[in-house]
Design a protein around this ligand. Structure first.
Ligand SMILES: Cc1cc2nc3c(=O)[nH]c(=O)nc-3n(C[C@H](O)[C@H](O)[C@H](O)COP(=O)(O)OP(=O)(O)OC[C@H]3O[C@@H](n4cnc5c(N)ncnc54)[C@H](O)[C@@H]3O)c2cc1C
Length: 450
């Protein structure tokens, strides 16, 4: 059996390594548009700051693939998938005129995701020319951080930079801001967030308030509830204009406003996708419309074609596009198992409990499970019971969310030592009605109540 994998990120390599350990006779080929064997995206921020080398980033060198008989095609971009013919078309990144066809028995799409660039900051709009001056990615100082090559560009530019504007206060925005504020050469750092709270995907209002205090104490300027409408400067970025027309100076603008699946090459393939329109609205006018698409998969990680699977950031399962490592790993393991079907068995993927942890600004943060309106529907919110503790002086916040006598999520800021027990209570759906009010106490131990 020949399995082709599109993408050599965490999801792709995990599928590959599981396939060959379940069945060494399976033929595995990976196609990657990048020019590096598998490296860790989690360490990219350290690499960008120059605290680790390129070699430290690489997780699997070429010999890892050779030892497992896995063929890795680098700089090979898949431009088309033809499900009915079980073929892919691959373009040579160094010479796009060169293309090749490859056949598969099974195909795994692990094409990951790409950074979201708000349309207003990307290009001229036909309806709002006066506000949205054209801004091009080739302006010096315009950056995203997704790949080694992105990190190399930023690293180069940081040598002359003094002021940085980070768009987005998610995990990546926070991590970058932390690195810019610590060490010897700190930079004047501002986080610009379109939502009215920081880290809106992981926190609630109070948690966001506690975190904002910690960020401000560390010297990070935070601008919430505002958006960038224009980047100023000709060849070099000099700053950005905000929705209230003020200019926020800065020689670097770094987009950390979230991700969208890398699936453009599949739009005409017949592979079923979930399509959500993204609107950009300025003064009640729609100024741009794009779509976020993600590949729909079932509990076996299969698409609407039985022999085509999808895993990692590019897919959506049961309404969730996770965008985190633990989900990519779990999905990849299930996918490999369901392709090989040892002893004729299959394994159902039941979803991943989203866990996000952050260490920086002399604090720690964990957001586990469902904690805000992004994951708890409005009607459902009324059935949610919560307990919380807050200490602004110490910068501590703990909150748990309970539904039907079971924990569904938690936010921990300051001390996150409870995270493993919380994860267990959520995973095992433990009835907490007898001790819910004790969970946030200093010496809580789950074993005492089981
Ligand atoms: C800087 C940074 C820090 C992060 N930190 C954390 C963290 O602390 N914790 C956490 O849980 N998650 C973190 N993440 C997210 C995590 O890295 C992703 O969830 C994970 O990489 C998803 O793996 P993936 O294999 O699905 O996608 P990716 O890692 O994006 O890999 C997909 C690969 O497919 C390639 N590809 C795409 N299209 C094609 C095509 N048509 N042909 C050939 N190749 C193609 C891409 O170039 C890419 O190399 C971080 C991400 C970044 C960028």
């Amino acid at each position: 059996m020949k399995v082709i994998i599109i993408g050599n990120g965490l999801a792709g390599v995990t599928v590959a390594s599981n396939l060959v350990s379940l069945d060494p006779s399976v033929e595995v080929e990976i196609f990657s548009e990048e020019n590096y064997p598998y490296y860790s995206r989690v360490k990219l921020v350290d690499f960008m700051m120059g605290t680790i080398s390129k070699e430290d980033l690489i997780v699997f060198e070429e010999f890892w693939y050779e030892a497992r008989d896995i063929t890795l095609h680098l700089q090979s971009r898949v431009i088309e998938v033809i499900p009915k013919k079980k073929k892919i078309i691959v373009e040579d990144v160094t010479d796009p005129k060169k293309t090749e066809e490859h056949d598969f028995d099974k195909l795994v799409i692990a094409s990951g995701s790409k950074p979201i660039i708000p349309k207003s900051a990307l290009e001229e709009s036909s309806t709002k020319k006066t506000i949205l001056e054209p801004v091009h990615r080739d302006k010096k100082g315009w950056h995203v951080l997704r790949t080694i090559d992105d990190a190399i560009e930023i690293r180069e530019h940081l040598k002359q930079a003094q002021r940085v504007n980070i768009l987005g206060s998610g995990l990546l925005g926070l991590e970058i801001a932390d690195k810019f504020r610590t060490g010897n050469n700190t930079l004047d750092t501002t986080i610009i967030e379109i939502e009215p709270i920081v880290a809106p995907a992981y926190l609630d209002k109070k948690g966001s308030f506690v975190l904002s205090n910690l960020l401000e104490r560390a010297g990070v300027k935070i601008l919430i509830d505002t958006r960038v409408t224009e980047c100023t400067g000709e060849e070099h970025i000099e700053g950005c204009r905000l929705s209230d027309k003020t200019i926020q100076k800065g020689d670097i603008i770094l987009f950390a406003c979230g991700i969208k699946p890398n699936v453009d090459f599949l739009v005409d393939s017949g592979i079923e996708m979930i399509e959500t329109p993204d609107y950009e609205i300025e003064a009640d006018e729609v100024i741009g419309q794009e779509f976020t698409r993600s590949i729909l998969v079932n509990e076996h990680m299969q698409t609407n074609f039985d022999d085509i699977y999808a895993v990692g950031d590019c897919c959506e399962f049961d309404g969730f596009m996770y965008g985190i490592n633990p989900a990519a790993i779990e999905q990849a393991k299930h996918c490999a198992y369901n392709i090989i079907q040892p002893g004729g068995e299959t394994m159902d993927y039941k979803g991943t409990i989203p866990i996000v942890t952050f260490h920086g600004f002399d604090t720690e943060l964990a957001s586990i499970g469902r904690v805000n309106e992004y994951t708890i529907g409005q009607a459902e919110m009324e059935e949610i019971f919560s307990y919380f503790k807050v200490d602004l002086t110490l910068g501590e916040y703990k909150k748990i969310f309970i539904k039907d006598e079971k924990l569904i999520g938690a936010i921990l800021i300051g001390n996150i030592s409870l995270q493993m027990e919380i994860r267990r209570m959520i995973l095992e759906k433990i009835n907490v009605s007898e001790f819910a009010d004790k969970i946030l106490e200093e010496n809580f131990n789950l074993r005492d109540y089981l």
